[in-house]
Design a protein around this ligand. Structure first.
Ligand code: FE
Ligand code: MN
Length: 452
């Protein structure tokens, strides 16, 4: 079905809500997809966009990249171009970015990213919806990089964030929460998006760092009930989107990643018929399920777009079946680079380049630790290298969410055998823990929605 045929003039009910200019709301919501139609959404997160105006390719920036967690910050523009290219090919009706839009909340990064998003909406007719992550607002770590040095640069306030991303959710909201940057949006009559702001930026200045953990305020939980009532009255389904995890996704890291008091958030979502959430923050690809009173709720953590394997989610809502189907796809950076005539080998072979960059990073850190640790003095250099490679590879698989298919080959390796008999310690537990994870599919999900 063509994009144009799905457009509909919106029912009047929507004009009730907004605290924004009504003309704008009216204009934006004209493009809502009519009841009875399917909807496709591209879900992504943790773009960690860094404006090119804030960096050169000098030592300070190179050091920052090397010390980081594998975010391809030097290719922020290319990443957004490639995303726009994929959106042009896949033609989703909507795009969700669930926070950590920028590297560290730099104002210039927000502004440049918004330009990319505007271009994507114009070129493809899709609609972009964003929420902030813990890195995006009042971030004391906002920096620019020049030659040998890092310099502080402006971040944004919540108000500025709301303004910059007005066209990407806030100006078209059906309802907005007074106490956070949460809002309710309706890309279609039948499927609504509860965009929850779980970040806490109020104390960042005093802390000197962006607060890691997330929460939903009591008043926002009540506001969710209002959203639920409104959706029920309209016969609409809701999918929730938040930066922090609703459910645990890792045996190693939960503190600061799963939203605080998640039982209360789960209750609020379930009592409003919400069974599916999308999150980011943890940078690993992982789908978790939780059951309460015979009902399942899912939290789909998309891995970070800025980090290998640079993948995103594709969600299809079927109106006839009242189902959601989720799958993942890799960012077409190589295809975009070829199509746009790039001569940069890193981009033309982006999968190989970024994988090596990501995997070598953890392997070489692990190799240094093994070489310095007296407990491993009896191992040969070749053995330490083999063991470090196992750490790099398991880490890569973990972030990509492909343990159920890819762990077996690692477990069969000599390096892994060495870890099994190695002295007890943090890295050994990590290796054995990763390889012992229960296999599950983090790349596909089918959800039957509740009756409406
Ligand atoms: Fe992040
Ligand atoms: Mn985050």
């Amino acid at each position: 079905m063509s994009y144009i045929r799905k457009l509909a003039i919106l029912p009047l009910l929507l004009l009730l809500s907004s605290c924004n200019g009504q003309d704008e709301v009216q204009q934006q919501t004209q493009f809502r997809i009519q009841s009875g139609h399917d909807l496709s959404i591209l879900t992504t997160t943790d773009t960690h966009y860094l404006s090119q105006s804030l960096r050169d390719l000098g030592p300070a920036f190179t050091r920052f990249l090397a010390a980081g967690d594998g975010k391809q910050l030097g290719y922020s523009n290319e990443m957004m171009e490639a995303l726009g290219y994929d959106i042009g090919v896949r033609k989703p009706d909507a795009v969700i970015i669930s926070g950590d839009l920028t590297n560290n909340g730099e104002k210039a990064s927000h502004k440049d990213l918004a330009k990319h998003l505007r271009q994507i909406e114009q070129d493809t007719g899709t609609r972009v919806y964003v929420i902030p992550g813990n890195h995006d607002i009042q971030n004391p770590w906002a920096r620019r990089f020049k030659d040998q040095h890092q310099y502080s640069t402006d971040s944004v306030t919540a108000k500025e964030f709301r303004k910059i991303y007005g066209p990407f959710g806030y100006d078209e909201a059906l309802l907005t929460d007074e106490d956070s940057l949460s809002y309710l949006a309706a890309p279609s009559d039948d499927l609504w998006l509860l965009m929850l702001d779980t970040a806490q930026y109020g104390n960042n200045k005093e802390l000197g760092n962006p607060q890691l953990d997330g929460r939903v305020r009591a008043s926002t939980l009540k506001w969710i009930d209002k959203c639920g009532e409104m959706a029920a009255a309209s016969g609409a389904q809701i999918v929730a989107v938040m930066h922090h995890s609703l459910l645990d996704h890792s045996d190693f890291i939960q503190e600061g990643f799963t939203v605080n008091d998640n039982a209360e958030v789960i209750d609020a979502l379930l009592r409003n018929g919400i069974r599916t959430t999308f999150s980011g923050h943890i940078h690993i690809q992982d789908i978790s399920e939780y059951q309460q009173d015979g009902e399942s709720i899912y939290d789909i953590a998309d891995s970070a777009l800025s980090v290998y394997p640079h993948q995103y989610g594709l969600l299809n809502y079927s109106s006839a079946n009242q189902t959601l189907d989720y799958s993942t796809a890799k960012l077409g950076m190589e295809q975009w680079a070829a199509a746009s005539g790039s001569t940069d080998d890193n981009l033309l072979h982006f999968n190989t380049y970024s994988e090596a960059n990501f995997t070598k990073r953890s392997a070489s850190r692990s190799y240094s630790r093994l070489s310095e640790d007296p407990a491993y003095a009896s191992y040969t250099d070749a053995e330490r290298k083999a063991m470090a490679d196992v750490v790099g590879r398991l880490n890569e698989i973990y972030f990509a969410g492909t343990g159920s298919t890819d762990n077996a080959a690692v477990i069969a390796s000599e390096g892994y055998r060495l870890w099994q008999s190695a002295p007890a310690g943090g890295t050994r537990s990590y290796v054995l823990g990763l390889s012992a994870r229960e296999p599950k599919n983090n790349h596909q999900l089918h959800v039957q929605l509740p009756e409406r």
